[in-house]
Design a protein around this ligand. Structure first.
Ligand code: ZN
Length: 425
């Protein structure tokens, strides 16, 4: 089977130029591929990588995984929280592929024993994108993940995050506070950044001085001064924050609180009268409060500055083109029953169609839980109360967990029980 020669003049930028399907080791034997290589009919590694990037960016993937596994170099795309195999290349391409990725991200070609990280910018399909490349040595070679960061200038408003009316109102109340610490938490890839920018958009005004410190800057804000951490690490979040405080800001956005030092300076900034917005990895909203205490922030500081915490995750929505109503079986219903709202419920699922590539899901929505720090909860933070005590107090104050929010979206037929179980267990 001869491979068509890719012709750049012929192909439109968004059309596949390398027929990946024809060099897939799961479709074609390795010998056949080696023969193509020997006869010069195999596309160059550079062209193969470019084709993978073209396809990943076209479908809106969040990341590309290059994984050397038994007998192949598997390439998978992460899209809406789920990995999907794109192509399997021969294992002997691993070195060359890594070499192309290292060149693009400005990494050391000869380093194969230590993890490396780099980033670069490029445009695909007319859209400027940032790529973060992470390479780690594994048993069969090196494994790379390329995260694709979209520099969308369009920042969501809090109304566009897909929050329930109740949660939206909660956030609006929290953001009316002139000072304090406001955290958005969740696992990685849960849309924290989108939410924190939307929150910043909601509080900014021409009378306020807004300064951000980010690693890297993901959205350009017309009204703020943005500090990007240098790639040589000559200063960190905490250094930048200390300097920012001398510039008399009103609102500070910190990309992420990853360590004690940043957490402490963030609390200090909130204590001196700033509204500080930041993100943090955590398992739930109250867990974030405990994590702040555990990394060494004084309970007194946290108690007097914490305004509220949002914990969020993303769930796939049912594809609108193949959605159908159905009556779930008793067993299935049991998984979600404790969290379902009262009243009428419409259970739906996606049959699978070409629009959703047979998955039955398309697009995502945020599910969340919000803790507003009540006076009593403030006391509990000061006394380092247990999560259980904090949960009880928060519940008295209107807190309901992320499962309740997710179940509500299932009951409205927006997402499915299967998706609820996939995301929340
Ligand atoms: Zn569909």
């Amino acid at each position: 089977m001869p491979l068509p020669t890719p012709s750049p003049t012929q192909a439109a930028p968004s059309l596949p130029r390398v027929p990946l399907e024809q060099i897939d080791v799961r479709a074609l034997s390795k010998e056949k591929i080696r023969e193509l290589f020997r006869t010069g009919k195999l596309p160059t590694v550079e062209a193969i990588v470019e084709e993978i990037f073209m396809r990943a960016t076209k479908m809106g993937a969040a990341d590309i995984h290059f994984e050397p596994i038994e007998g192949e170099l598997r390439v998978r795309l992460g899209h809406e929280g789920v990995l999907k195999r794109l192509v399997s290349l021969t294992s002997d391409m691993n070195d060359n592929i890594m070499s192309v990725l290292k060149t693009r991200a400005g990494l050391n070609q000869f380093e194969k024993k230590k993890p490396q990280e780099g980033r670069y910018s490029s445009s695909y399909h007319g859209e400027p994108l940032d790529f973060r490349v992470s390479i780690i040595p594994v048993l069969n070679g090196e494994r790379a993940v390329v995260r694709i960061l979209r520099k969308t200038s369009q920042i969501a408003r809090v109304e566009e995050l897909g929050l329930s009316l109740y949660n939206l109102e909660q956030i609006r109340i929290l953001l009316r506070q002139p000072k304090g610490l406001f955290l958005v938490t969740g696992p990685s890839g849960s849309g924290k950044t989108t939410t924190i920018y939307a929150a910043l958009n909601a509080v900014e005004s021409p009378e306020k001085c807004v300064i951000t410190v980010e690693d890297p800057v993901e959205y350009r804000l017309p009204y703020a001064s943005q500090v990007q951490l240098p790639s040589d690490r000559s200063f960190n979040f905490a250094d930048a924050l200390r300097a920012i405080l001398r510039q008399n800001p009103n609102v500070i956005l910190i990309g992420e609180i990853r360590d004690a030092e940043t957490g402490i300076v963030a609390a200090e900034a909130a204590l001196t009268g700033n509204l500080v917005l930041s993100t943090m990895l955590a398992d739930d909203a109250l867990g974030a409060i405990h994590r702040m205490l555990n990394i060494g922030i004084q309970p007194y500081w946290l108690a007097s500055t914490m305004v509220g915490v949002i914990y969020q995750q993303l769930m796939r929505k049912i594809c609108a083109d193949c959605k159908e109503e159905y009556q779930p079986a008793e067993e299935e219903l049991k998984l979600i029953a404790p969290y379902l709202p009262e009243g009428d419920k419409v259970f739906c699922r996606g049959k699978g169609c070409p629009q959703c590539e047979g998955t039955g899901h398309k697009g995502r929505t945020a599910i969340c839980e919000i803790v507003s720090v009540s006076p009593k909860l403030r006391d509990l933070i000061f006394l380092r109360g247990s999560i259980l005590e904090m949960r009880e107090e928060a519940s008295n104050y209107g807190f309901s967990g992320v499962r309740v929010d997710a179940a509500q979206k299932v009951a409205y037929g927006l997402t499915s029980i299967a998706e609820f179980v996939r995301v929340l267990g």
